[in-house]
Design a protein around this ligand. Structure first.
Ligand SMILES: CC(C)(COP(=O)(O)OP(=O)(O)OC[C@H]1O[C@@H](n2cnc3c(N)ncnc32)[C@H](O)[C@@H]1OP(=O)(O)O)[C@@H](O)C(=O)NCCC(=O)NCCS
Length: 163
């Protein structure tokens, strides 16, 4: 396994202002409609927003964000740099978000995903998310529909995965 992926060789931490240029790059590499620097900086001032980055000795390789309102968390973004995918990092950063959401009082979590994004749909399905609806032509760049996924019991999922 790659040296960078020994458990002690990477860590999750909250996103800071200094991370924004690297996160902008991740957005550009990972999404067809990337968030801008201005949008990401605004999130640092949003009291409902919580963003995590995954850092190795060589830099940031993944990030994820969510908004937490009362007992609901809503995932805004999840991205892993292409060369680091399929090593469990997307799952790890989602689990970090789920644990943080619980600590902050959210018991359930939602997100939108492109119908065609099978990689992400598999990731979320393995973490207890199921489809509860569809937003027609939600993505302006392609006109694609979004599925609205929910995990209605984040604690139960985390306990099941620990068992
Ligand atoms: C979706 C994404 C975050 C997954 O990250 P990752 O680190 O590769 O995911 P993991 O290695 O943790 O994979 C977890 C599970 O997701 C599913 N998965 C991940 N990539 C997949 C792929 N290319 N094809 C099918 N299933 C895939 C699998 O079920 C996988 O479990 P397995 O490896 O045991 O089969 C990553 O592909 C990405 O950044 N994509 C671009 C941005 C994006 O689409 N974000 C989601 C927006 S809703």
């Amino acid at each position: 396994m790659d040296e960078a992926f020994k458990p002690e060789a990477y860590k999750f931490r909250s996103m800071s202002a200094e991370d924004i240029p690297f996160v902008v790059q991740m957005e550009q590499v990972c999404f067809t409609s990337p968030w801008s620097e201005r949008m990401l900086r605004a999130e640092l001032k949003n009291r409902f927003a919580h963003y995590l980055v995954l850092e190795t000795e060589t830099g940031l390789i993944a990030y994820a964000g969510m908004w937490i309102m009362f007992n609901e968390a809503h995932i805004t973004n999840v991205a892993v740099m292409p060369q680091y995918r399929r090593r469990g990092l997307g799952r790890s950063i989602m689990l970090e978000c789920m644990k943080k959401a619980l600590v902050l009082g959210a018991t359930q979590m939602s997100l939108e995903v492109r119908v065609s994004n099978q990689a992400a749909r598999n990731l979320y399905s393995n973490l207890g998310f199921t489809s509860e609806g569809r937003r027609k032509r939600y993505y302006e760049d392609t006109g694609e529909d979004a599925l609205i996924l929910w995990n209605r019991d984040v604690l139960a999922t985390i306990e099941e995965l620990r068992a």
